[in-house]
Design a protein around this ligand. Sequence first.
Ligand code: GTP
Ligand code: MG
Length: 459
Amino acid sequence: MRFLDDRAYEEVAGGAMRINRDVAIAQHVFILQPYVKWSAKRTTPVDVTPDDQLAEATALIHSLPNWQVARSLKVPLESLERKTLFGSGKIAEIKELLAQLRNERQVNSIFVSKGTLSFAQRQFLEDEFKLPVLDRYSVVIQILRLHATSAEARLQVAMAELPYIWSQAKDASATQTRRQGYSLTDQQKEILRTRERKLRAELDDVRRQRRLLRKKRKQLNCPTAAVVGYTNAGKTSLIKALTMEDAMQPRNQLFATLDVTAHAGYLPCNLQIIYMDTVGFMSDLPTGLFECFVATLEDAMLADIIIHVQDLSHPCHAAQRAHVEATLRSLAFSVSQGNSNAGELPPIINVFNKCDLLKPNAQVSMLAEQTDTAMCHLTSARTHAGLQTLLKDVEQQILDVTGRRKLQVRVPSGGPEMAWLYKNAAVVDTKADEQNAEKILMRVVISQCTLDQFMREFC
Ligand SMILES: Nc1nc2c(ncn2[C@@H]2O[C@H](COP(=O)(O)OP(=O)(O)OP(=O)(O)O)[C@@H](O)[C@H]2O)c(=O)[nH]1
Ligand SMILES: [Mg+2]
């Protein structure tokens, strides 16, 4: 893994992405939020307003320590593809604002909140504004670099950087590169190729281990629920509330969780369940970025059920939900290719979280809107509202999907049958048998296969 810290690579990457490893340096960012005025050319859903987009851009900047928003501006455009991005009048207006800002306080970079800027767009804007210009890709990469702690997450982030660097270099035409000085030398290209080869080999290794772990989990026969959703919806918080696992750390930052981690909890019937915490989704992420994390979501696709956590207090929660659902469907398809159940998703339980932030009558109308959805729950990971009913639903789904049943069995009190059931099934409760003092009534949750084993052993 030492190859990840490679100075020669950092130079190439820094040139393309305008970022460096030293995120501790304070940044005062001027956010420009371009949006397309006419609906025909819009790529964002109609219920996502430019203000919503700007709020997300601001949240991205605030996810980096020491990064502050010096000023922000929404810029209506006819299209996002123009070579200069903005018209000359707008450029002049922004320059004026920048001059004012420089007088009042610091500003040392510009964040154009668009998936990726072409090489030409970025060069043009940097020449005009005389400041480094970042796009969403480079800001998200910066956050991911900071939040990636496990080996797998670090490898994935490193991998996510490469397509961007290549695309920037490809964008740069021969005349531009001569004039503006950005092109990859053969040596730099070799640095990128070698890094990619090493990353692929390491990631293959990590994924082999992940598959092994998954197999082991399956052998343990413990039911699993994958917790998925948009970034900052409250996935980690919900799992923490359901498992009482103190070590988990929810954070008010985008892309706080970058690893798929497993957390054990208990259902009301005492059956153990594993919750898988996953990487959050975000719309308008350039291709190449999210794909690198898709492999970690494979586990989610193979879980017994999916819990889709949504931030009900977010103005764009409906668009976020549609985005997550569409991505899940396409993921399910790619994961199960070649299988007979191609494209089939595990049952999904919708969780409308952060309901504590809504007024009670707003909650009711929100829920009424969702009547088409069979399984949905209003919850608050903060106040724990709605968690008991959610758990009951999770239990029901798990029992259905995994073919487990609740049964009452009469066994000798203190006998080997009792010990066997405690070891191999989930014991809901026990009570004395009023008709026979030597027997005990046990309510258990058990799969058909375990029940068959029990019968073979004791009947
Ligand atoms: N008011 C309120 N805040 C919540 C609730 N659930 C989570 N939060 C807050 O929302 C923020 C994000 O929570 P996380 O649990 O880290 O969200 P996440 O979905 O895991 O986010 P990523 O890991 O970035 O994908 C934190 O500041 C939480 O304290 C809730 O029910 N009510
Ligand atoms: Mg999280």
